[in-house]
Write a protein that binds this ligand. Structure first.
Ligand code: ZN
Length: 161
């Protein structure tokens, strides 16, 4: 896992061009890494030092919110975005802080799956926030780059054991 301020987190990732066994194995590894972190709702390939446009999001473990289940998004593209809401974000690559970020409330995103098939997803609220956060990683952006103000950054308490 790469951690801020590692300069590699600012790298822009390249599109996936071959949908082969190596890709599918990487997708499994990425999901395992996400599942190994309690409370983690998303992960982007560059966080694990792999600079291709791949993210995984799964907010289904959070109670009472709309979700699409596990989303493996390869070469994701924004189709539309609506509204704006401010909410708290954290990131495995920024373990000591959380911060408030403004994101679209509703989005439509299209992406390929592990076989290269295109699919469209509609997301809202917390899930939309998670998808937008992860796609930012593909463009070298962290939530720290999008804070609504410098004062909206909070040190985590008792995060480390
Ligand atoms: Zn993150």
């Amino acid at each position: 896992m790469l951690h801020y301020p590692d300069i590699r987190l600012k790298q822009v990732s390249v599109p996936v061009s071959s949908f082969d066994q190596a890709l599918r194995e990487f997708l499994c590894d990425l999901e395992d890494t996400m599942r190994a972190s309690p409370g983690c709702v998303g992960l982007a390939a560059p966080q694990v030092n792999y600079f291709q446009r791949i993210v995984i999001v799964d907010v289904s473990g959070k109670p009472g919110i709309a979700h699409n289940g596990r989303m493996l998004l390869v070469n994701p593209e924004m189709v539309s975005r609506e509204g704006e809401a401010v909410g708290r974000e954290g990131c495995l690559s920024v373990p000591d802080y959380t911060g408030n970020v403004a994101r679209a409330e509703r989005i439509c995103v299209r992406a390929q799956d592990g076989n290269g098939e295109w699919r469209e997803y509609r997301c809202e609220g917390y899930e939309a926030r998670a998808v937008l956060h992860e796609i930012d990683h593909l463009d070298g952006l962290l939530f720290l780059d999008r804070l609504v103000s410098k004062r909206e950054l909070f040190r985590r308490k008792a995060y480390r054991t």
